[in-house]
Design a protein. Structure first.
Length: 94
C-alpha cells in the first residue's frame, strides 16, 4: 500500500520533484486527488498518462503525455495505476 506520507518522504528535499502517474482511471485519480489535497503539490508537479481521459486532464491544467517513455524520462517517481491485465501491453510499449 502506498500512502501520501510515503510520497512526501520520497520527494522531500530542496527541489520539488515531478511525479508521473500512468493510468489515471479510478485508482490513479484517487492517488492524484489525495496528493493534490495534501496541499504540498500542484498540477505542475505531475505528468499524467491516461488511456482515455488525456483531454480531460489537459483541460484541468495537468501536463499529459501519451508517450510513456517521455513520462518515465521526466519524472523522479512513477505511480503505476493500471489494471494487471494491461501490464503486458504497457510494458511492450516502453
Amino acid at each position: 500500500m502506498l500512502y501520501v506520507s510515503d510520497i512526501k518522504l520520497f520527494l522531500r528535499g530542496d527541489m520539488m520533484k515531478k511525479i508521473g502517474i500512468i493510468g489515471v482511471g479510478k485508482m490513479g485519480d484517487a492517488f492524484l486527488n489525495a496528493i493534490i489535497e495534501s496541499n504540498d503539490y500542484k498540477k505542475d508537479d505531475f505528468i499524467l498518462s491516461a488511456h482515455t481521459k488525456n483531454d480531460y486532464y489537459r483541460e484541468q491544467g495537468y501536463e499529459v503525455s501519451e508517450d510513456i517513455a517521455y513520462l518515465l524520462n521526466n519524472v523522479e517517481m512513477v505511480i503505476l495505476a493500471v489494471k494487471p491485465q494491461k501490464f503486458k501491453e504497457l510494458f511492450s510499449s516502453i
